[in-house]
Design a protein around this ligand. Structure first.
Ligand code: ADE
Ligand code: ZN
Ligand code: ZN
Length: 309
């Protein structure tokens, strides 16, 4: 009981979990659907998937280490705090919004892209770089991970299906509650087998809807030598939803209305679009990484300093 309280307290102060298990696992399984044989082999070998640790487990790892000794500097790599003025104006400006020292999700994607194929690093460092990529390409597609206002909405207390109070905030419902309700899961579900099954099913549906929309990996930004440009374009697209939907009704309205009704209904389409794009783009990225790996091609990181882990 005491232990439960301590764990609850720790969960409460640490705030949100990024897309949450369901979102990250779905992005990973969707990406797996797009992989070339080379890329599939590269990912499974580096992750040591023969031990039952699959691509979706790899995508969760970054959240599990962000408070661990030696990894605390990675906590800021999960988002970029755009200092825009929503819902009036949105926009991400790299120099303004990506903190020079710690970096942000855009610089983290760039750095980890350069590390994963770096033959001077040991296998475990390459594996960690891959797991960061699996996670951050998910996070960058969560609109509130590209917004500074109220710490990405973490400080905006809301009600969702009559659950209100300290624990329920705008960031958290976009990370988790909207997704779980959309996929028919109770918020209390934490069993990994159930979540993996739900994620695989959602990924299969998103693969079909991507196909129906003519969305293919080859049309996505996948030049790993211009990682920063690609990541900035993804962040900008994601941030655009802040003004178009997430904060569009105003913070006051959001605080005063239950978001489990019409707000939820409108959000579902956006979440499907963003998770669908994140999986497609992650797939394209891993294919490009695998192709460069097999040619032994090295590349130079542009406009970004590498951060050692
Ligand atoms: N902490 C500060 N800003 C944040 C954001 N936009 N998303 C998640 N965590 C944050
Ligand atoms: Zn994250
Ligand atoms: Zn989050």
């Amino acid at each position: 009981m005491i232990l439960n309280n301590i764990l609850f307290f720790l969960a409460a102060i640490q705030g949100a979990y990024c897309w949450g298990d369901l979102g990250h696992r779905t992005v990973a399984y969707l990406a797996a659907n797009y992989l070339t044989d080379d890329a599939s082999q590269f990912v499974n070998t580096l992750l040591e998937n023969d031990q039952g640790f699959d691509i979706s487990d790899g995508a969760l790892w970054a959240d599990s280490v962000k408070r661990r000794r030696g990894y605390t500097q990675t906590a800021e790599w999960h988002y970029i705090d755009a200092q825009d003025d929503p819902p009036r104006t949105c926009g991400v400006i790299y120099k303004r919004d990506c903190k020079a020292g710690p970096g942000c999700v855009v610089s983290a994607i760039t750095n980890m892209t350069s590390r994963v194929n770096d033959g001077d690093l040991d296998t475990n460092q390459q594996k960690e770089a891959l797991m960061f990529i699996l996670h951050f390409i998910g996070d960058i597609h969560q609109p509130l991970h590209t917004e500074m206002l109220d710490r990405g909405g973490n400080e905006i207390k809301v009600c969702f299906d009559s659950h209100c109070g300290e624990k329920v905030n705008l960031h958290g419902i976009w990370d988790k509650d909207i997704l779980y309700k959309h996929r028919g899961l109770k918020p209390s579900v934490s069993d990994h087998t159930i979540l993996k099954e739900a994620a695989a099913q959602w990924a299969a549906e998103l693969k079909s809807s991507n196909e129906a929309r003519g969305m293919v990996t080859t049309a996505e930004c996948s030049n790993i030598n211009t990682a920063q440009k690609c990541a900035l374009a993804w962040a900008t697209e994601s941030n655009g939803w802040i003004c178009k939907y997430v904060l569009q009704p105003s913070v006051d309205w959001i605080e005063q209305n239950d978001l489990g009704g019409d707000y939820f209904n409108g959000a579902v389409t956006i979440v499907d679009d963003l998770i669908g794009k994140a999986g497609l783009r992650l797939g394209a990225w891993l294919n490009a990484l695998a192709a460069a790996r097999s040619t032994g091609e090295k590349f130079v990181v542009q406009n970004s300093e590498r951060v050692e882990v």
